[in-house]
Design a protein around this ligand. Structure first.
Ligand code: FRU
Length: 464
């Protein structure tokens, strides 16, 4: 008579185990950020949105948890919080391994692969250099066939990669990273490309190789995102950007050439790209939440790396009249906010209301004395995050760091939001005017948050 009860108890546990076996849990497995089920991941690639589904491809080594032969792996989401993994779509072939790139929906069949084909444009890297190839999908992005005429652009410098393609009027526009400059190409059919111009000399930061560029029209301005490695403000990799004008051929930067504008003032937000065809003309972006300085050594087990939460990008003008990018958590991510709570759970969203005229100290800590200290320095108009005592920093001498950002606008009250996951803290300044993304590896979750000089509201996270 008892058996049915036992079955009732055991079956759901078994079902749970089967479900979990596809994504083994471990202490630093992010709960609501995209992670690969197993093995290595770096840059998000080829992201596009279609019929309610967000498609994310990513740099993936299926053979190990460190960088290796690159493939494009694939995941989809309908809520930008939970992701479903699909089979790998692009494998290395005789032309090389598959580096970063983008994808577009070819609604009008400009390439001749079929109306509404998804066309991926990516770098193939081989011993002799880097070239650009394309592949097409006739099943909505779940499988791709490489184009037989590949490569479509041959490299002429050693670093020649990461094509991001967008529509510009009646043609396609490609932004490509070439050493320490960005080159622009145009095409009517995605197969034949014409060089237009280059940008970069004398502008911004040149202490590393330029990678993963994207040109975006935001309002009346154009913004050129350029990742750089090394050369980031706190060491290693980071994403800089330039504001200017695009006249169909050239990018004219309106920033002071010496100016360095960073998309994020933490150490762990790299190779940010936006989704092609996002709804309502939004610029929805994901970044790789890591840094080349130590990405290969992070203390996770079955997998390595995670992406940031989705962020909507826009432009604003700071107190000095400078155009800057604001990044706010995409509205879809707000669904993660669960109940208001008094105690800090392992994964949480925290809203802070801070007096802009006095110094504020925010401390996250656990019973082992590990802590992250954040300060809003009213006098210097800076915000900082110190992770030197945050937990395990032993895997790389580059990990221990204190990152800082200007506040850009002197608000009377700052409304700051923290997104806390199992190994990351993302801080969004008022209206997203600045962001700071940092990984942390506490030996047990932080369970206490103290704010001296402001108010806070803590929400637990709703996680499936
Ligand atoms: C950036 C990057 C890209 C390249 C890819 C290789 O993180 O170096 O420039 O395409 O990673 O995995």
């Amino acid at each position: 008579m008892r058996k049915p009860i036992i079955y009732l108890l055991v079956l759901p546990i078994l079902a749970l185990c089967v479900a979990c076996s596809s994504q083994p849990d471990e202490p630093y497995r992010s709960a609501y950020h995209h992670t690969p089920i197993s093995k290595w991941m770096n840059d998000p690639n080829g992201m596009f949105y279609q019929d309610g589904v967000w498609h994310l491809y990513y740099q993936h080594n299926p053979f190990g948890t460190t960088w290796g032969p690159m493939h494009w792996a694939h995941a989809t989401s309908t809520d930008l919080l939970t992701w479903e993994e699909h089979p790998i779509v692009l494998y290395p072939d005789s032309l090389g391994t598959i580096f970063s790139g983008s994808a577009v929906i070819d609604t009008d069949n400009t390439a001749g692969f079929g109306a509404n084909a998804i066309v991926a444009i990516y770098t193939q890297s081989e011993i002799c250099g880097q070239n650009q190839s394309i592949a097409y999908s006739l099943d909505g992005g779940y499988s791709f066939t490489p184009y037989e005429g590949n490569p479509v652009i041959m490299g002429d410098v050693p670093d020649f990669r990461d094509p991001k393609v967008t529509r510009d009027g009646d043609h396609w526009l490609m932004t490509l990273a070439c050493g320490q400059e960005i080159r622009f190409f145009s095409s009517t059919n995605l197969r034949e490309w014409t060089y237009l111009s280059s940008f970069g000399e004398g502008y911004g930061n040149h202490n590393g190789v330029w990678e993963c560029p994207e040109l975006i029209k935001m309002g009346n301005q154009w913004v050129l995102l350029v990742s750089i490695n090394p050369g980031g403000p706190f060491g290693g990799s980071a994403t800089q950007y330039f504001v200017g004008d695009w006249n169909g051929t050239d990018f004219k930067c309106i920033d002071n050439p010496e100016e360095q504008k960073w998309l994020d003032y933490g150490k762990d937000n790299y190779s940010t790209f936006t989704f092609h065809n996002a709804p309502d003309n939004r610029f929805v972006a994901l970044g790789w939440m890591s840094n080349w300085q130590y990405a290969n050594q992070l203390p996770t087990i079955a997998f390595r790396s995670q992406n940031t939460v989705a962020r909507d990008l826009s432009l604003y003008q700071d107190d000095a009249g400078e155009y800057r990018i604001a990044s706010v958590p995409s509205k879809e991510t707000q669904a993660i906010r669960g109940r208001e709570t008094k105690h800090l759970p392992a994964t949480a969203v925290v809203d802070l209301e801070l007096d802009g005229n006095r110094d504020v100290l925010i401390t996250l800590s656990n019973k082992r004395g590990e802590k992250v200290i954040m300060t809003l320095d009213a006098h210097r108009q800076m915000f900082s995050m110190d992770r030197t005592a945050s937990g395990d920093c032993s895997f790389s001498h580059d990990f221990s760091a204190c990152t800082t950002t200007p506040l850009f606008i002197a608000h009377e009250t700052h409304y700051i939001t923290l997104f806390i996951d199992r190994c990351s803290i993302e801080v969004f300044g008022t209206n997203g005017e600045w962001t700071m993304t940092n990984l942390v590896f506490p030996s047990e979750p932080y369970d206490k948050i103290e704010v001296q000089g402001g108010k806070m509201t803590i929400y637990s996270c709703k996680i499936n």
